[in-house]
Ligand binder design. Structure first.
Ligand SMILES: O=C(O)CCC(=O)C(=O)O
Length: 443
């Protein structure tokens, strides 16, 4: 196979979707509009068609709440695996041999190959299913039960903000108003920080380039400011899911300090993603695809396996791995401490957010403790106000006199067990998932 890239830019001032493997065109439901470079399914690059995401197909309306075990999803996963295998086998340029990207490809290749074996037999609606396929209404009901499920919840084509509003193009346009933005640049060497700060114009230009991942590892931007109003899915609106925002340390002060972002965006180039981790602060997390595609890999672990994961980090391949394709409008919900890894087969924009549920503060505190002992299990910092928020949570649980309000005795006992050893939290600095934008003229 000829691995020489044939680059044909679409000639637009701001190309939004630079690279899409040609095999995806057949399976992802997107139509091709312009000629350009695409990635070959052999993990190299070749000339071909390039898809324009302005014409992204609307999700099919009958999929809500139904197990979507369609041939398209299966083909998407199989072809992704094929691409990852070929990428893993290829001879890498010397300057990338020790890069985060080389490491990422190798890890994703291993995990996706394991996860595909479990699919498609994992969907269900019971709390023991590793993946729960629910409607938004069912998800809302599950999250308000005192014993919410521990598996990943998947809500197909939620019909939320994804039906309109900001796409990748608009989002990049919006970035132009800022000077700098934090970026995960996997060209950087393993052992050093994956994160760096780029001028926003460099990010915008990168999304307009068609350089293949094996030559220019794709960038990933996490925790960007969320510009879209009303993005929070209905299942996160119930009172118990808003425990975090109600924890005001002092009357009159804002509920949340400047460093906890409860809503954010993810913007990743085709071929980018995240290595196995769980989200910081013991948060519940929701993520919705606004444009593009994600393959969300999730791991079910025993207590012993969690310990192994903490010590092996990205080399961990134990536990039970499952894979979920996410398309436009799909929402996933993860419980505190859910180990996951993510791959974006095409340029992808997501909205997402975090919450604490007063029913699961035991799980939250345990996850915070694990993160404190092994900072490498997560990809974000523990914010400075975390400690005072936990103190306030502890005070409220103590004075309430109601175990039920806090998920029952097991959750309350677990909260105090880990609170005693885990708070005050030492601030840890992990620089691979920074946040924030510097306004134009800040300096
Ligand atoms: O790379 C991604 O899009 C996934 C990000 C993620 O897992 C996270 O923010 O926790």
């Amino acid at each position: 196979m000829d691995n020489t890239a044939t680059v044909e830019l679409a000639g637009e001032s701001l190309a939004t979707t630079s690279s899409q493997p040609d095999w995806l065109e057949a399976v992802s439901g997107f139509r091709s509009r312009s000629r350009g470079r695409s990635l070959g399914a052999d993990g190299g690059s070749e000339s071909g068609t390039c898809t324009n995401f302005e014409e992204a197909a609307e999700p099919s309306s009958e999929c809500q709440g139904v197990v979507r075990d369609s041939g398209d999803d299966r083909l998407l996963m199989l072809n992704t695996i094929k691409w990852l295998e070929a990428m893993d086998r290829r001879v890498w340029a010397t300057d990338l041999k020790n890069s985060w990207y080389r490491q990422f490809i190798s890890c994703m290749n291993r995990l996706a190959a394991i996860a595909i074996l479990a699919e498609p037999h994992v969907g269900g609606k019971t709390n023991t299913s590793p993946i729960l396929y629910l409607t938004m209404k069912e998800a809302g009901a599950k999250l308000t039960e005192p014993y919410p499920p521990a598996g990943l919840i998947l809500i197909r084509c939620s019909g939320g903000a994804a039906t309109d509003g900001t796409g990748i193009r608009d989002f990049l346009e919006g970035l132009r108003g800022y000077r700098k933005v934090d970026v995960q640049d996997p060209r950087r060497k393993v052992g050093g920080s994956l994160a760096t700060s780029w001028n926003t114009s460099k990010v915008v230009n990168r999304f307009g380039m068609n350089t293949p991942p094996e030559q220019e590892p794709p960038i990933n931007l996490l925790d960007l400011d969320c510009t879209q109003p009303k993005v929070v899915p209905d299942c996160f609106i119930p009172d118990n899911m808003r425990f975090l925002s109600k924890l005001k340390p002092d009357a009159g002060r804002p509920a949340i300090g400047s460093s906890i972002k409860v809503e954010w965006c993810l913007l990743g180039q085709a071929g980018s993603g995240s290595l196995p981790h769980f989200d910081h602060c013991g948060f519940w997390t929701w993520v919705m695809v606004q444009e593009g595609l994600k393959l969300w890999l999730v791991c079910k672990l025993s207590d012993d396996e969690r310990k192994t994961f903490a010590s092996e980090g990205i080399n961990f391949s134990g536990g039970e791995w499952y894979i979920v394709p996410m398309r436009k409008g799909d929402v996933i919900v993860m419980a505190p401490g859910t180990v996951h890894a993510v791959f974006s087969p095409v340029d992808t924009l997501c909205f997402g957010g975090n919450a604490w549920s007063n029913f699961t503060m035991g799980d939250t505190m345990k996850s915070i403790y694990e993160e404190r002992v092994n900072p490498a299990v997560t990809n974000d910092n523990q914010p400075s106000e975390l400690s005072s928020l936990l103190d306030e949570a502890a005070r409220r649980i103590r004075v309430s006199g109601s175990m039920d309000k806090y998920g029952g005795r097991d959750q309350v006992d677990m909260f105090f067990k880990y609170y005693k050893v885990g708070n005050p939290i030492c601030p840890v600095v992990i620089t691979n998932k920074p946040r924030g934008l510097e306004m134009e003229g800040d300096k």
